[in-house]
Design a protein around this ligand. Structure first.
Ligand SMILES: Nc1ncnc2c1ncn2[C@@H]1O[C@H](COP(=O)(O)OP(=O)(O)OP(=O)(O)O)[C@@H](O)[C@H]1O
Length: 554
């Protein structure tokens, strides 16, 4: 991927709009080289089809001319032509497939990389969405080029040559052929696009409902069975399937009729060319068969048109991902420093503010506790500090610079987050993420601090499912202890553990923490000795929270 295809960073030097504009103009990143390769594939395809068409015409001419018993010398050229054209047709078809797939696979490889890069930051898409956008939508674009764009180009070239050649012998026959090809290659595919597009729009809500019901039946299977509601829910999903199948059959019937109409147009046009040619019998046969063969290139467009609405939707989704402004990547190197929230707020799209006008001073070594009822905004506050959310009002800074200006902020601030991921591997590998060069002794020490007592070789299962909730929580905590960042952030780290054990674990973790600590908890007794306690209420800091003070930062 080149830096032109995707802006690497958007520093605060006024270049951002220029980069974004350039990214927009190069949205699909089809280079002149790609375009020329595509043209080469189209020309090879057209060459193959024209060879097939000439082969058919020459063979027809040869058969009928041979019936007139001319001297063999009069047929020699045609015999050689038939053999040559047969070889040429096969060779050119192979070359066209090679050239077409080469350009498409090269282009899609690069495009897939760009979509991947655009999807990663921000995590605005769920897992299913990611897979759809990255795999199905990009694959649909492959079909757009190979099954639609290239065949349309080939059909246009073949059609023009066939009409031009017929016009040399008979203008009326050429006009009949042109009209037939326009109907079969233009009008009928357009009607198919319209019919399938309308059907897709009408069935979209039903498809969405089916996806939702299917996910609910699978993920909520146990609960539905326990409540005796599984049968009813399955019947409702089956009803949606039947409805969709009925609509699909109706659309298929329409497109089948339009495909049959294409074959009828081919037949009528071939007859018209034969009647209007006014040439010798061998020439008339040659022109009629050439006309019939020209339709063989055009008729598949009617079937291919069925996928056009789907391809359009995929292209729109990929375009939406690629045209989203790139999240600026910071360049400053973070060091232990002074974090500060100034009038900071956070509003998730379409929601009331999760945080509003929050001030917090976090010099090195300070310990801050955050209290508040569920939904008060505690995790949102941590996300602002960690730089994983950008404030929608006010500022969050480290040594006076917005966090977005820093690269790899996790080198100074990290910890045990509420939704921390446990990877499907061993306990050891999960821990080594925090400190790749840690010895087994260090790993065991961190586990001991966090009260985690499973073997280092123990498999954690997908999403850590092979561990209990409490074990997962303590593994994440051990990882945070091992990382030993300058600023340790803990989001309700012992919430699932029994209180006595949890308190002991937390006390050990806090005793190990070497610098700043921000601890979110529901239990004020966890915050004894903290320098400041913020109590959040509906996203705002409740004034003058009581908190004990410990002797002061080291
Ligand atoms: N990704 C999100 N999208 C939309 N709204 C969100 C998102 N994350 C949190 N919220 C909303 O923001 C508000 C604050 O949520 P937050 O997770 O910060 O609360 P909390 O105090 O940590 O709660 P808890 O103690 O239950 O973990 C809530 O109303 C929540 O519904």
């Amino acid at each position: 991927m080149t830096s032109q295809q995707r802006p690497q960073s958007t520093p605060a030097n006024g270049q951002a709009p220029r980069l974004r504009r350039s990214a927009r103009t190069e949205l699909w990143a089809v280079s002149t080289k790609d375009f020329l390769r595509l043209l080469r594939a189209a020309l090879l395809g057209a060459g193959a089809e024209l060879a097939a068409l000439a082969l058919m015409a020459t063979a027809a001419w040869l058969l009928l001319r041979a019936a007139e018993r001319p001297p063999l010398a009069a047929l020699t050229l045609a015999i050689v032509a038939v053999r040559t054209l047969a070889l040429l047709r096969g060779g050119l078809r192979y070359a066209e497939r090679l050239a077409g797939h080469e350009v498409v696979l090269r282009w899609l490889g690069a495009l897939r990389g760009r979509v991947y890069q655009a999807l990663l930051p921000g995590s605005r898409y769920s897992g299913g969405d990611l897979v759809t956008r990255l795999v199905s939508d990009v694959d649909a674009l492959q079909d757009a080029v190979l099954r639609w764009l290239l065949p349309v180009g080939v059909a246009a070239v073949v059609g023009l040559v066939a009409v031009g050649t017929t016009a040399v012998t008979s203008t009326p026959a050429a006009l009949a052929l042109a009209a037939g090809l326009v109907v079969a290659g233009g009008l009928l595919p357009w009607l198919v696009v319209r019919a399938t597009g309308q059907a897709a729009r009408e069935s979209a809500p039903k498809r969405a409902e089916l996806a939702e019901r299917a996910v609910e039946l699978v993920t909520g299977h146990r609960e539905l069975v326990a409540a005796g509601a599984f049968g009813e829910n399955r019947a409702r999903a089956a009803g949606v399937v039947d409805d969709l199948a009925r609509r699909e059959r109706a659309t298929s019937a329409k497109t089948a009729l339009l495909t049959a109409a294409g074959v009828l147009v081919q037949l009528l046009t071939t007859i018209a060319v034969a009647l209007l040619a006014h040439a010798s019998v061998p020439w008339t046969a040659a022109l009629a068969l050439a006309a019939m063969t020209a339709f063989e290139v055009v008729l598949p467009l009617i079937g291919a048109a069925r996928r056009v609405p789907e391809i359009r939707a995929s292209a729109a989704r990929v375009r939406a991902v690629l045209s989203e402004p790139a999240r600026p990547e910071g360049t400053r190197t973070p060091r232990e420093g002074h974090f500060r929230l100034r009038n900071a707020g956070l509003r998730y799209p379409g929601r009331a503010p999760a945080l509003h006008a929050v001030d917090l001073d976090l010099p090195p070594g300070k310990r801050v506790g955050v209290l508040g009822s569920s939904g008060a905004g505690k995790t949102s506050l941590l996300n602002l500090l960690l730089g994983s959310e950008t404030p929608t009002e006010g500022q969050v800074t480290l040594d006076g610079h917005p966090l977005a200006e820093y690269a790899d902020l996790s080198r100074v601030i990290s910890g045990a987050e509420a939704d921390a991921h446990v990877f499907h591997t061993t306990v050891r590998e999960n821990l080594l993420l925090a400190k790749p060069d840690a010895s087994d002794e260090e790993l065991k020490e961190a586990c001991e601090t966090a009260g985690f007592d499973l073997d280092l070789d123990r498999d954690t299962g997908p999403d850590g499912e092979a561990l209990s909730g409490g074990q997962r929580q303590r593994l994440v905590l051990a990882r945070a202890v091992l990382a030993a960042p300058e600023v340790l952030v803990l989001d309700e780290p012992v919430e699932g553990l029994d209180p006595a054990h949890g308190d002991a674990v937390l006390a050990r973790v806090l005793a190990k923490a070497k610098g700043t600590v921000v601890l979110v908890t529901h239990r004020p007794e966890h915050l004894d000795g903290f320098d400041e306690v913020l109590t959040l209420e509906d996203g705002r800091v409740r004034p003058a929270s009581a908190a004990g003070r410990r002797p002061g930062p080291p």
